[in-house]
Design a protein around this ligand. Structure first.
Ligand code: NDP
Length: 245
């Protein structure tokens, strides 16, 4: 089996479940050593054991990306263990459901604090480690909802639209240094996303009979794009992976 990421180091936020956890496995299967970060340490450690069983090194770190000190410690531990970083996957994120009129200011702030500020904070802190490796990459996980404002999802759509804009700006800012910035925009995916999503008061959604793709399928599309090494935007929907160069 070929291991194109052998000797490379990938840091994934939100690696305790869903897409992040599946991505940790996929990158490890491709030979990468993986830093796994999230708040639930037992789950992060379990995911790290899965990764280690694939024959690569794993560093589990408890990290709340909304906390500056946690993020600084994450980078210090990454540096102490691996010395540098080849790929940063900004995956940690949370949903918010309900009309803009009904969501609370606190909920909207919480989602932006994680989806937007968290991604920005981790990226900024990772830059010195990424700069040590030629061909380093940042992979930002957005959503198909980041490309359109849908009803009942305005807070979430706005946060992911901000992710898209930051991705484009960062791409342009880092292009001259050869650091590539990718955007992965999954469609509905099976994960713990629904359980963790915030809801406006009185707005609980009935399960919708939409076809979802698996976190593994999204992770496969992510790692494939990462391997291509282009500054791609990848959209995934059940049965379809679209790459917008
Ligand atoms: P999950 O809820 O399964 O995963 C979310 C991850 O984020 C968990 O590992 C969680 O870990 C972590 N996380 C949450 N808050 C924080 C925090 N403050 N600091 C660090 N980590 C945190 O959902 P998904 O796997 O589906 O979500 C992954 C990404 O994919 C998100 O950005 C989401 O918006 C996006 N996405 C999901 C879609 C879907 O349909 N599922 C569709 C499109 C995009 P912990 O609680 O341990 O901290």
């Amino acid at each position: 089996k070929t291991q194109p990421f052998k000797g490379r180091v990938v840091l994934i936020t939100g690696a305790s479940s869903g897409i992040g956890r599946a991505a940790a496995k996929r990158y490890a299967e491709a030979g990468a050593d993986v830093v796994l970060a999230a708040r639930r340490l037992p789950q992060v450690e379990e995911a790290a054991r899965e990764v280690t069983s694939l024959g690569v090194r794993a560093l589990p770190v408890r990290c709340d990306v909304t906390q500056g000190e946690d993020v600084e410690r994450l980078m210090r531990e990454t540096e102490a263990t691996f010395g540098a970083l080849d790929v940063l996957v900004n995956n940690a994120g949370q949903g918010l459901y309900g009309p803009l009129e009904a969501i609370s200011e606190e909920q909207l702030r919480q989602v932006f604090e994680l989806n937007v500020f968290g991604l920005w904070r981790v990226t900024r802190a990772a830059m010195p480690l990424l700069r040590r490796r030629p061909g380093a990459q940042v992979v930002n996980v957005s959503s198909v909802l980041g490309h359109r404002g849908l009803p009942l999802l305005g807070g979430y759509c706005a946060s992911k639209a901000a992710v898209n804009a930051m991705t484009e700006s960062l791409r342009a800012e880092l292009a001259a240094e050869g650091i590539r910035v990718l955007l992965v925009s999954p469609g509905l995916t099976e994960s713990e996303f629904r359980e963790h999503r915030l809801h406006a008061e009185g707005w609980r959604q009935d399960p919708i009979p939409l076809k979802a793709m698996s976190a593994e399928e999204v992770a496969t599309a992510m790692v494939r794009a990462s391997l291509r090494g282009r500054r791609d935007t990848v959209l995934t929907l059940p049965g379809r992976v679209m790459v917008l160069a």
